[in-house]
Design a protein around this ligand. Structure first.
Ligand code: PLP
Length: 404
């Protein structure tokens, strides 16, 4: 199965193919995106307002077209997922409902070095509730001298904090280290303390197999422009566990699109939420942003989902790891866990001697696209949908030249 020919592959200024190993940051464009977006533009030209009902994919229920493939992508029931807004907006909307500090149960736990947007969102939610982040924010840390978190340490921390935890926000795959945490185990440990659990799947969706419904977090949020290949600023994703499908008493920031679909257009003054994740929608969906997502999810389905891609993904990343160890082991430190089950496709590399930024720039000059994250990491993500073992060899060769 080869899906590489279904994507536009980027080239340099003189038309030579680049080795694009940056799908963790922005996935490549599926060729079918142009068709699906053009069809919406045509239908808008032809039908104008009637497109809501008469477009070949009517705009009114458009988000329904991505529901089932999205549920398959994250291992959810169809009414547990919805495509809407963007990641950080969805995180705020979820915290409005699931971060409900009361009495001494006020704390939010996240990992130290979390993606800044997540930390900003969490800190601003604490402040919104009048809680000093110095008291309310708890940050999980690796052990001295280690780069990644240990589940047993996190469990011990939850047990220590006990009933003071209101919300745990887990990374799925941590953006900096590439660590895939044990969502099931940590969700159970946090729930045992009576805390609510959210997961940020920015680097996990489309990258690692997920079983959100079974693993049981209360909510999850993610974006679709990274491994999901739906384009810059694409509409985000949101999961609300079925146990909350009819929690209509949860506070939420409401808008008309979250209103019960059957009576939405009676335009009544009272808000009646739709059941499931749909009840958290605020605005009507961005059709031109959902069309690329639809094109992209078709490819995941054709590939047998992330599960179908996983063996190839493990093979590519394992190859990258072995080549780096064998040929550049003395200059490259791999921060990402070694066990395939504890990572996705990304490896995070630290160049010994502190020359990482220079090395990254030199890779760029050799036609390698990967990314640099302050303070000292090069992230390389061979994605199973479109990367090849030749590109990995090219990366390693260029890296060795660059560190010389
Ligand atoms: C990419 C990423 C984001 C981006 O947030 P947007 O709201 O989509 O701009 C947030 N959190 C994490 C962990 C990310 O990796």
């Amino acid at each position: 199965m080869n899906f590489r020919d279904q994507f536009h592959l980027p080239v340099d200024a003189s038309g030579h193919p680049l080795a694009y190993l940056c799908g963790n940051s922005l996935g490549l464009q599926p060729k079918r995106v142009a068709t699906l977006v053009s069809e919406e533009l045509e239908d808008w030209q032809r039908l104008a307002v009637e497109g809501h009902f008469q477009a070949r994919r009517p705009w009114m229920p458009y988000h329904e077209f991505v529901r089932e493939p999205l549920a398959r992508l994250v291992g959810a029931q169809p009414d547990e997922v919805v495509a809407m807004n963007a990641l950080t907006v969805n995180l705020h909307l979820m915290m409005v409902s699931f971060y409900r500090p009361s009495g001494t149960r006020t704390k939010i736990v996240i990992e130290r070095g979390a993606f800044p947007s997540d930390r900003h969102a969490v800190v601003s939610q604490l402040r919104f509730h009048g809680i000093d982040p110095a008291d309310g924010l708890v940050e999980l840390e690796p052990r001295e001298g280690e780069a990644t978190l240990r589940e047993e340490d996190i469990e011990a921390m939850f047990a220590r904090l006990g009933e003071t935890i209101a919300l745990v926000l887990l990374p799925g795959v941590q953006y900096y280290t590439g660590q895939f945490v044990d969502i099931k185990r940590l969700t159970a440990a946090a729930h045992a303390q009576g805390a609510r659990v959210g997961v940020d799947l920015a680097h996990a969706a489309g990258n690692v197999p997920l079983r959100l419904h079974d693993w049981g977090p209360d909510f999850a949020v993610w974006c679709h422009y990274k491994y999901c290949n739906a384009g810059p600023g694409a509409v985000g994703g949101c999961f609300v566990h079925a146990r909350h499908a009819e929690s209509f008493d949860l506070p939420r920031f409401a808008g008309w699109w979250g209103h019960d679909q059957s009576t939405r257009f009676r335009m009544g003054p009272e808000f009646v939420p739709q059941r499931g994740a749909d009840g958290w929608q605020v605005s009507n969906p961005p059709i031109l942003s959902l069309a690329p997502l639809l094109a992209s999810l078709e490819i995941f389905d054709a590939a047998g989902g992330v599960e179908g891609l996983r063996p190839h993904s493990e093979k590519l990343t394992g190859m990258l790891e072995r080549l780096l160890e064998r040929r550049a082991g003395d200059v490259v430190e791999i921060l990402t866990p070694r066990e395939p089950a504890r990572r996705g496709c990304q490896l995070s590399l630290r160049i010994r001697g502190g020359n990482g930024k220079r090395v990254h720039d030199a890779l760029g000059k050799r036609g390698i696209v990967c990314d640099w994250r302050e303070p000292d990491v090069i992230r390389v993500a061979p994605t199973p949908l479109y990367n090849t073992s030749e590109e990995i060899e090219r990366f390693v060769a260029a890296l060795i030249e660059a560190v010389l």
